[in-house]
Design a protein around this ligand. Structure first.
Ligand code: AMP
Ligand code: GLY
Length: 424
């Protein structure tokens, strides 16, 4: 069976790595892929911003299964178009992907279906922002409605700051079209949790939950990033909480989308805040998370191809995934300056030594390969991922591996999963 994986980051590297383990797979293409992925799949060029380019590629490859990593192709309707042409594709349609591509759609959907989320107001103009602000306590969260590659959320300390951020977004100066509508939101406190399920439009199969680390600096300081690391353990949520999340969040979302005529198939990523009032939805993503996918897939012991086909064929069941009880951790090594501006093209050394450590797999996020050597090509460069029976061991090995790898300007957080260790 030939598989086409769309995307070029650490998430896609982990998907390729896991899909390759299926005995049914004979060939994997990754479009466009990256330097590290090229060691495990045939990387082929594509413009993931263009439906035509993706169709042309699939026409050439004739994949038996297409797996879409990032949200942009889903927003463009790649699943609708590929399915129409008879190519089996894992993921939601354009209409279903609105859960991620429009925050106002997601908030109104949550409210219609009484799924717990922060109080909010949707604003299309400065006047509406001015009228809504008195109804909020501070801090206030200001979100651009559309896709903004992680840059669409501002946590404003006071109402002036909130007003400025909202108006900047509305003016189009900050984020273009994505900010032409904004969502003001109540600030929630608690631990964040990434709870992912796979759905066939009706049923859901849960993945093990994970925690991301969004801020660039230790102790959750500094600006937001795409994610600086993640971990998952057997007790990150207990059975009772998992059942609650399925019963009150994942299943109602899938049932609600079906009832509204936009059946949701594929991965549904529920970004949750575990507040004193209970779990609340912060956001949905219509795809796997990055970097959560790296440690999550390290714990997966069953065939990912089977689970994806079950989603496409409408036969997802509770037990589609078999998990190891081990802990898994991913530490992201980033370019100097990231998440601000950074240089690329720095030579990476030590990958071989790091990869030899027990239980270590280094997933590549932003690398290129030239004459056998790897160079940085993005903000997030590597996801150093480990699996071990105990979280402490996994962490120790991950940091041992990071210490062996170097490139000019490299930085990474030293406190991944520290919160989980404190709780023990
Ligand atoms: P989002 O893209 O909606 O997930 O927002 C990005 C990040 O902003 C989240 O991962 C949270 O860390 C933070 N955030 C978003 N909404 C809220 C909220 N209502 N309260 C507190 N923090 C939030
Ligand atoms: N790790 C957050 C995301 O994938 O959006």
């Amino acid at each position: 069976m030939k598989i086409l994986v769309m995307g070029s980051g650490g998430r896609e590297h982990a998907l390729v790595w896991k899909l390759r383990q299926s005995p049914r797979v004979t060939k994997i293409y990754c479009a466009p892929g990256n330097g590290g992925i090229a060691d495990e799949a045939e990387c082929v060029p594509v413009d993931v911003k263009s439906l035509d380019s993706m169709v042309e590629l699939a026409n050439h490859i004739q994949p038996d299964l297409t797996v879409v990593g990032p949200e942009l192709p889903l927003m463009l309707g790649v699943v609708d178009e590929f399915t129409r042409r008879g190519w089996r594709t894992f993921g939601p349609t354009r209409a279903a992907a609105q859960l991620e591509t429009s925050k106002s759609f997601a908030k109104e959907f949550l409210q219609r279906h009484r799924i717990p989320t922060a109080h909010y107001a949707i604003c299309d103009s400065a006047e509406q922002v001015r009228d809504a602000l008195p109804h909020f306590h501070t801090p206030i969260v200001v979100k651009a409605d559309g896709l903004a590659a992680g840059k669409g959320v501002v946590i404003a300390k006071n109402k002036d700051e909130a007003s400025t951020a909202a108006n900047e977004m509305l003016s189009g100066r900050m984020l273009g079209e994505a900010g032409s509508r904004v969502v003001l939101e109540e600030f929630l406190e608690g631990d964040e949790l990434s709870f992912l399920v796979v759905s066939d439009g009706e049923r859901v199969a849960p993945l093990v939950a994970a925690q991301d680390h969004k801020r660039v600096g230790d102790g959750d300081t500094g600006p937001n990033t795409g994610g600086m690391g993640a971990y998952t353990t057997r007790d990150i949520v207990d059975d009772q909480m998992r059942e609650w999340l399925l019963a009150h969040i994942a299943r109602p979302v899938v049932a609600g989308m079906k009832a509204e005529g936009a059946e949701y198939k594929g991965v549904l990523y529920c970004g949750l805040m575990m507040t004193a009032r209970g779990p609340m939805v912060l956001e949905f993503n219509c795809r796997f998370g990055d970097p959560e996918t790296q440690p999550i897939l390290m714990r997966l012991e069953s065939d990912l191809v089977e689970a994806m086909e079950a989603s496409i064929d409408g036969r997802t069941s509770d037990g589609d995934f078999k998990w190891s009880n081990d802990a898994a951790v991913c530490v992201v090594m980033a370019s100097g300056g990231y998440p601000g501006s950074y240089e690329v093209g720095k030579k990476i050394t030590g990958l071989g030594d790091a990869g030899k450590l027990e239980g270590v797999k280094v997933f590549h996020s932003g690398t290129s390969k030239c004459e056998g050597a790897f160079y940085t090509s993005g903000g997030r460069v590597l996801g150093v991922t480990t699996r071990a029976a105990e979280l402490q061991t996994a962490l120790q090995r991950a940091y041992e591996a990071c210490a062996k790898i170097s490139f000019d300007g490299a930085h990474y957080r030293k406190d991944i999963a520290a919160r989980a260790l404190r709780k023990k």
